[in-house]
Design a protein around this ligand. Structure first.
Ligand SMILES: Nc1ncnc2c1ncn2[C@@H]1O[C@H](COP(=O)(O)OP(=O)(O)OP(=O)(O)O)[C@@H](O)[C@H]1O
Ligand SMILES: [Mg+2]
Length: 602
């Protein structure tokens, strides 16, 4: 994950404690939580959203939506008139086309989002930056009101942004750039702001486990599957409890997830309406359609429908959809005709998405059983969609006999992600009372470098063989050295390292060594040889030190020629969702100025 590893907050001369802000930038809704030094058992959620007409200002998350008005005037969140045309789903557009499944890429909502961006000549990155700027300014406003101007001006800010665990590294890097351009990292009164990332399911799990602290039925060795069911993504993560108080957990199997969040359900329900209205759907005003989906579905059927529901829903057909003779008939009856949505219709919309989620849960339960020899104790549903009654009923129907399914009431599951981000940073900095320590994680990708290895007839492909003129030895080029392999356990503070040697012409000029490119793959086991189809560049590490070959150790080759050798150790650190890289030479770290990491945002 493209970011330097988190450090403990740097104190500055005028630093007055720490403010930790957790930002959950969601596909459909975004939430912000915060706390400050010595208050970490009290996490506040940002509300008081700007809204002229909406009565949702106290909701714990605001819609991830913006509009560009005349003169590029931006409206965002709840201040947008719900029926108006607006940009939504933009988070998914941070993914490259090839990483968006066909059915998502071709969905109406993605098409509309792309059309909206095109119409207003904006890129997805620009729109995300604009949204984040508004979200941040509103958050700073609320934090100031809550803790005082003085605290906000002089405190060290630590921002933690949550990201879907299934996101590729380039998308995470785009988020970092967007946060920077949104002004989140601007110095206030000379105090620097620290930015780190955490995966959404890990944050969700941390908050959920913190909520469970002190429960008598939770004991060491128990395992949990947490399913963060959001608008776009459903992310699953499984933990084993190592110690109950203070809580220490380890990830026990590789997490999983997919693009099967609530927006796909919304799309399926819109399709039900489309087929019920038939030709009348086309005649309906776009704003009436949006209003119908919002009032009938979003705040009605979607939240209240249960497996046992037998109720049918009658929805009025707007006047503009009616034929002349139908309008005349209304004159007599004085009421608009309706279409009927039956419980079967609702189930038809829910089931494909719910079945995908159940398959993911089944995969995690089986993986935990295989690893631990017993079923997980709980499956915990969180995220906005995780509050859904019908989803709970269906998950419970399938797994309830084997595993207890938990779904907290109220806003807790919806705010779990931003609260968890705050607890994570507070735990790392050792401030406050709430603490959930993730001792080890399971790698979701493999990371490594491509190098030449001393030639070995048994292992290498003759196509890769070459003679190095400098040391007169045979090598195999294009070999992969994996520092971290998918499913490996990653201990938070234990770096992975690899020793590398490079030959130099000892009479040659002073020069900087070539860049070190870092690659990642999701193929398991990772290939031993370079394969551009499945191995992607994550970033490149640039040396900025100039090396004088005369100062390097000298060696002699088999024909008596002299050459120099540069030996260094390459190290990779993982913490949360961050991966950091460093180069050590002669036991000394090449300073951060000597090594620059450029992340690949494509
Ligand atoms: N009580 C509820 N029942 C059913 N669905 C709900 C409920 N509350 C919220 N939702 C739905 O949850 C979705 C939003 O969930 P959430 O805020 O966790 O997603 P997100 O963070 O926007 O998306 P992602 O995490 O995938 O980027 C919306 O589709 C919303 O309608
Ligand atoms: Mg979310």
């Amino acid at each position: 994950m493209p970011s330097t590893p988190p450090k403990s907050p740097r104190k500055s001369a005028n630093s007055q404690g720490t403010v930790i802000v957790g930002i959950d930038f969601g596909t459909t809704f975004s939430g912000v939580a915060f706390t400050w030094s010595n208050q970490v058992d009290k996490i506040e959620i940002i509300t008081s959203w700007d809204a002229d007409t909406s009565d949702n200002t106290d909701e714990c998350k605001a819609p991830t939506a913006i509009t560009y008005g005349p003169g590029n005037k931006v409206t965002w969140g709840y201040s947008i008139e719900p029926e108006s045309e607006q940009l939504k789903w933009v988070k998914l557009l941070l993914l490259n086309d090839e990483d968006i499944p066909e059915e998502v890429r071709t969905s109406d909502k993605i098409k509309k989002a792309l059309e909206y961006l095109q119409k207003h000549k904006k890129t997805a990155e620009e729109a995300v930056t604009t949204f984040l700027r508004h979200l941040w300014e509103h958050s700073i406003d609320c934090i100031t009101r809550s803790i005082s101007k003085g605290m906000v001006n002089y405190a060290q800010f630590h921002i933690v942004i949550t990201l879907p665990a299934i996101w590729p590294s380039y998308a995470r890097e785009k988020m970092r750039l967007a946060a920077e351009q949104a002004g989140m990292l601007d110095k206030r009164m000379g105090v620097e702001t620290q930015l780190t990332f955490i995966s959404e399911p890990e944050a969700a799990a941390i908050a959920t486990l913190a909520d469970m602290e002190g429960r008598f039925d939770v004991k060491d060795g128990d395992t949990f599957v947490v399913a963060d069911c959001g608008g776009g993504t459903v992310d699953l993560i499984s933990y084993k409890l190592i110690q109950a108080e203070p809580m220490i957990v380890k990830e026990c199997v590789k997490g999983s997830g997919g693009l099967c969040g609530a927006v796909f359900l919304d799309e399926a329900f819109t399709n039900v309406l489309k087929s019920k209205f038939g030709k009348k759907w086309v005649k309906m005003d776009e704003s009436n359609r949006r209003d119908m989906v919002r009032t009938q579905w979003e705040t009605g059927i979607k939240r209240n429908f249960k497996m046992s529901s037998k109720k049918s829903y009658n929805i009025r057909i707007p006047m503009e959809c009616l034929l002349v003779k139908e309008r005349r008939a209304i004159g007599a009856s004085a009421s608009l005709p309706t279409i009927t949505i039956t419980p079967e219709d609702v189930r038809e919309a829910f089931n494909p998405v719910v079945e995908k989620i159940n398959r993911l849960i089944n995969g995690q339960i089986n993986a935990v059983k295989e690893k631990e020899g017993v079923s997980p104790k709980y499956v915990i549903l969180v995220g906005g969609f995780g509050r859904c009654n019908y989803l709970y009923d269906r998950v419970n129907e399938i797994f309830g006999a084997e595993v207890e399914v938990l779904q907290a009431k109220g806003d807790k599951p919806w705010t779990a992600i931003c609260r968890g981000a705050v607890i994570h940073a507070a735990t790392q900095s050792g401030i406050g009372k709430l603490s959930v320590q993730v001792q080890t994680r399971v790698a979701r990708a493999s990371y490594g470098i491509c190098l030449s290895e001393p030639w070995d007839t048994r292992r290498h492909d003759p196509e890769d063989k070459y003679l190095c003129e400098i040391d007169q030895k045979y090598f195999a080029r294009n070999q992969m050295a994996w520092l971290l392999k998918e499913i490996d356990e990653i201990a938070a503070q234990k770096p992975m390292s690899l020793s590398v040697e490079r030959t130099f012409d000892c009479n040659g000029p002073m020069k900087t060594p070539d860049d070190v490119e870092i690659f990642e793959t999701n193929i398991f086991p990772p290939p031993t040889r370079w394969d551009p189809e499945v191995i992607k560049e994550l970033c490149s590490i640039k040396w900025e030190t100039v090396i004088d070959p005369h100062t390097l150790p000298k060696c002699k080759n088999r024909i008596g020629g002299a050459y120099s050798e540069l030996r260094y150790r390459f190290e990779m650190n993982c913490s949360g969702e961050s991966v950091g890289f460093a180069i050590y030479r002669g036991g000394k770290k090449e300073g951060s100025k000597s090594v620059k990491v450029d992340y690949n945002t494509r």
